[in-house]
Design a protein around this ligand. Structure first.
Ligand SMILES: CC(C)(COP(=O)(O)OP(=O)(O)OC[C@H]1O[C@@H](n2cnc3c(N)ncnc32)[C@H](O)[C@@H]1OP(=O)(O)O)[C@@H](O)C(=O)NCCC(=O)NCCS
Length: 183
């Protein structure tokens, strides 16, 4: 059982410890928000985007039933005019990888986006080599919408980016209780 609670300053050291290389930083956060190594100063600025009446992002620490922080997740680029947002900066703690928590984390974030914020669309970008990420997002209900070929240079490598999205009505269908079986 995974739940989301707001990400706070107390979570900074743990997150900084997880982001151990430049490549992982780009894989996790894209090329623009942070520079490696991640610092508390950068995270202060990041967190400030989650403040106020109409924050551009909502940042969460997913927690297990035992109360352990097991990752990181963000609903970012929130547009209150367009009723859209992007799922960003999904991270599963190394010790929780492969335990199946990614999809419930993402579903919790989608529930906030659609049911609480009333969004009509949530999208994301994920690098094409990231098979666990893509599979996790598909299991949560995202569909592939496009491929940005050779879009990100990281060191000597150039990565393709997959664009995925889910619409409000698709989320609704996934969460409609099954009709009772005919007698
Ligand atoms: C991406 C990430 C969040 C996924 O979490 P995870 O715990 O590693 O994912 P899982 O091991 O549960 O795998 C998710 C699914 O992908 C499948 N999978 C794993 N490796 C795979 C591979 N090489 N090919 C195909 N499917 C694969 C798993 O079997 C699982 O599917 P299932 O539930 O049907 O069995 C995690 O690896 C992570 O934090 N990576 C670093 C940061 C990052 O890349 N974030 C994403 C930014 S978009």
């Amino acid at each position: 059982m995974i739940s989301l609670r707001p990400f706070t300053r107390l979570d900074f050291p743990r997150l900084i410890g997880w982001i151990a290389s430049r490549e992982l930083m780009v894989q996790w956060a894209g090329p623009t928000e942070f520079t490696f190594p991640l610092t508390e100063t950068q995270l202060e600025k990041y967190l400030a985007g989650g403040a106020g009446e109409r924050p551009v992002r909502r940042v969460y620490a997913p927690i297990t039933g035992q109360g352990d922080v097991c990752g990181h997740i963000e609903i970012g680029a929130i547009s209150y005019e367009n009723n859209s947002a992007s799922l960003c900066r999904v991270f599963v703690a190394p010790e929780y990888r492969g335990t199946g928590i990614c999809t419930p984390m993402v579903r919790q974030a989608l529930a906030i986006g659609f049911d609480e914020l009333g969004l009509r669309r949530i999208d994301l970008r994920v690098y094409a080599f990231n098979a666990p990420g893509i599979r996790c997002y598909e299991k949560a209900g995202f569909v592939k919408e496009g491929l940005l070929r050779r879009s990100q240079k990281v060191g000597e490598q150039i990565w393709d980016t997959v664009v995925m999205g889910i619409l409000r009505e698709e989320w609704g269908e996934l969460n409609t209780p099954q009709a009772p079986a005919a007698r």
